[in-house]
Design a protein around this ligand. Structure first.
Ligand code: NDP
Length: 325
């Protein structure tokens, strides 16, 4: 038997319960993976609360790294002992000690990428990859606005954008987070609990405003981010940590200067094996070059995931959090 976290009803962190279960054996085209590091993500909170409803009961979790324990029939390119990792382009369920997964979801890990780094970047780094390379291809010199810049996705985005040569303006919730965001590539920071995002962007950019705004905070920051765009800029609303963004009239986009609005999801950018190979390839190259190096702000035992969720929702985390099975 192996341990797993199960949610039987939507709710607060207390609904994350530890159970023992048999992970089973891999069938044709499948692999049994023993997890060594599991990534914590804000999407796990949306699944737990029911904002993104899941069939009950379910095991949360959208990224992990581990070791192959056994392979099923037809899997001839992986064998017991190989190190692998995966992200969320398929059913969730990584909050467990071991599970069976289709071979096609797994990426073999190069020696240069340790397990906890992989568990920190498979979802968060892949998200940054598609946002900055494909949703809006950022160019050197672009003014870029980013909210929750000291978070898991946020710090990786600061590093990647800085490597491109963008002028990164990070909005953060505290002085400590501002220091960390600057140390990871932010050119300017905005303490958005006290300062107006739009006024500060106007000041920092000398009125030029931003080519793109990447906003994952949602309800609390969508409007000031939109108002910080230059004409024909791009508003990318990709998360809802403070709550979902209310409906918006198309005319508001015209009034801001014919701006574009998109609400992207990883699954639509990692839709084919080819896109996945290209995206993960680009991410691993950024890690190998040293341009991206995830900041692991905390580690918790997987059994203590309730505490990890409390910290994440209380805005007490920085960078990536790893759950250790
Ligand atoms: P973070 O580490 O960024 O944690 C969330 C952060 O949001 C907090 O630290 C806090 O930073 C900020 N925040 C603002 N208001 C609140 C609030 N009311 N409650 C909690 N946090 C708040 O999480 P992740 O890196 O895991 O994810 C970042 C975002 O990216 C999430 O919204 C997630 O859903 C989204 N995402 C979207 C994907 C997609 O494809 N669309 C894929 C992956 C992630 P501060 O104190 O600085 O305000």
């Amino acid at each position: 038997m192996k341990g797993a976290i199960v949610v039987s009803r939507p709710g607060g962190p207390e609904v994350l319960e530890w159970v023992d279960r048999d992970p089973g054996l891999p069938g044709a085209g499948e692999v049994l993976v023993r997890h060594t590091a599991v990534g914590l993500n804000f999407i796990d909170v949306y699944h737990r609360t029911g904002l993104y409803p899941q069939p009950l009961p379910f095991t949360p979790g959208a990224e992990a790294a581990g070791v192959v324990e056994a392979v099923g029939e037809g899997v001839d390119d992986l064998s017991a002992g190989d190190r692998v990792a995966y992200t969320s382009n398929g059913p969730i369920g990584s909050y467990c000690e071991a599970r069976v997964l289709p071979r096609r979801r797994l990426v073999r890990l190069p020696e240069t990428i340790p397990d906890d780094v992989a568990a920190a970047v498979m979802l968060k780094g892949a998200t940054v990859e598609y946002l900055v390379r494909r949703t809006y291809p950022v160019q050197a010199g672009d003014n870029v606005l980013l909210t929750a810049a000291a978070g898991g996705v946020g710090l990786i985005a600061c590093q990647w954008l800085s490597a491109i040569g963008a002028n990164v303006i990070g909005a953060v919730g505290s002085e400590e987070k501002a220091d960390l965001a600057r140390a990871n590539g932010c050119t300017h920071t905005i303490l958005y609990r006290d300062e107006s995002i739009t006024d500060r962007v106007r000041e920092i950019t000398d009125g030029a405003m931003c080519r793109v705004a990447y906003d994952s905070v949602g309800a609390a920051t969508f409007e000031p981010c939109l108002a910080s765009l230059a004409p024909r800029g791009m508003m990318v609303t990709f998360g809802n940590a403070s709550g979902p963004v209310p409906p918006i009239a198309p005319l508001a986009l015209a009034q801001q200067g014919s701006v574009f609005l998109t609400r992207p999801r990883l699954a639509d950018y990692y839709a084919t094996p080819r896109e996945t190979a290209d995206g993960i390839g680009a991410l691993f190259e950024m890690i190998a070059s040293g341009a991206v190096s995830p900041h692991i702000g905390a580690r918790h035992a997987l059994r203590e995931v309730q505490e990890a969720h409390r910290h994440l929702e209380a805005r007490q985390t920085v960078g990536s959090t790893i759950l250790v099975p």
